[in-house]
Design a protein around this ligand. Structure first.
Ligand code: PBG
Length: 328
């Protein structure tokens, strides 16, 4: 028997071909950025304890990884250096060393694979003896003194071959200062991916383990955003856009999909989302316990970013997703 139900949404789900035909969103390897941690030394590929499957690479191993990623179709990597404690100071001076780890990592990527895009994080924390993204004086983060350092850092990275500068510090006015510094140094083609709505989140824990970069004192709440706020994200987006950002980013990802959606609806710029370390660790840990199916939950997570409106996804899952796509 059947009822009179002329409208039946299940008709569009009747089999796999039909479901594929009407599918609204797709995750494409072209849109993924793979974050990579780099360390000093040789022949090191050391797993991050709180991020199984994610490694810290010495430069020789980084080169191998870059070739593998390129063969899988990944066209962009975000680099994060783990700087030796002895090289850290209050001014993050090591960040300007042309032979420093970050600059050498950029060169390694470019020498291995010239078309691989290098997305370079600009913030003081990996280099700061205080473990903060900005310059610290008497327990305060000094905005404008930090800006000059960030501008120099961006130019140092551009000189090493950075394609895109990604300020993750959340100082006021940083995009304008970095744009000006890059232009004055002749790097008018180096882009800026702004960490526009970067929240003061507990989901960054494993990342700080990987780089040993947790703040020595206090927290990041005077510069990173309050997780309770969404209109404030729009204000940051407006400023970064006016200051010359080429792309805007929301971070973390999963708990902030509403912000991704707002940016996608209101901005003309490409919108990126950062699927951060703690989000990666959650899926890994649950899968290790046998509580979740890893591959399905990863694919569903990446799809959620697309559905929310993200154009670009930074994710530690990028490589494995590319591998699955290749085998499929
Ligand atoms: C540094 C920076 C952080 C992340 C990216 N750049 C950590 C922080 O702000 O404390 C986090 C990324 C992640 O958790 O995967 N400014």
């Amino acid at each position: 028997m059947s009822y009179n139900i002329p409208i039946r949404p299940r008709r569009n789900r009747v089999n796999s071909s039909m479901r594929k035909l009407v599918q609204e969103n797709h995750v494409c390897v072209d849109d993924l950025i793979m974050p990579l941690f780099v360390i000093e030394g040789q022949k090191h590929k050391i797993e991050v304890a709180s991020m199984p499957g994610v490694y810290r690479f010495s430069l020789d191993k980084l080169a191998d990884e870059i070739s593998e990623l390129w063969d899988l179709g990944i066209k962009a990597v975000a680099l994060f250096p783990a700087i030796d404690e002895s090289l850290k100071d209050s001014l993050a001076r090591e960040s300007l060393n042309p032979e420093g780890l970050f600059q050498m990592a950029i060169k390694t990527v470019k020498n291995t694979c010239p078309d691989m895009l290098t997305i370079c994080d600009v913030a003081m924390d990996p280099y700061s003896s205080d473990g903060h993204d900005g310059f610290v004086e008497e327990g305060q983060i000094i905005n404008d003194k930090t800006l000059a350092i960030l501008g120099d850092m961006a130019v140092a990275q551009a000189q090493a071959g950075a394609d895109i500068i990604a300020p993750s510090d959340m100082m006021d006015g940083r995009v304008a200062v970095i744009r000006q510094a890059l232009d004055q140094a002749g790097f008018t083609n180096v882009g800026i991916l702004a960490y526009t709505a970067k929240y003061a989140s507990a989901f960054y824990g494993p990342f700080r383990d990987a780089l040993d970069s947790a703040p020595k004192d206090g927290d990041k709440k005077t510069y990173q955003m309050n997780p309770a706020n969404s209109r404030e994200a729009m204000r940051e987006a407006q400023l970064d856009t006016e200051e010359g950002a080429d792309m805007i980013m929301v971070k973390p990802g999963l708990a902030y999909l509403d912000i991704v959606r707002s940016f996608a609806e209101t901005s003309d710029l490409p919108v990126a989302v950062y699927n951060v370390s703690g989000e990666y660790a959650m899926l890994r840990a649950a899968a290790e316990k046998g509580w979740l199916d890893y591959r399905s939950t990863v694919c569903e997570t990446l799809m959620a970013f697309k559905r929310a409106g993200a154009d670009i996804i930074l994710s530690y899952h990028a490589k494995e997703f590319a591998l699955w796509q290749k085998k499929a």
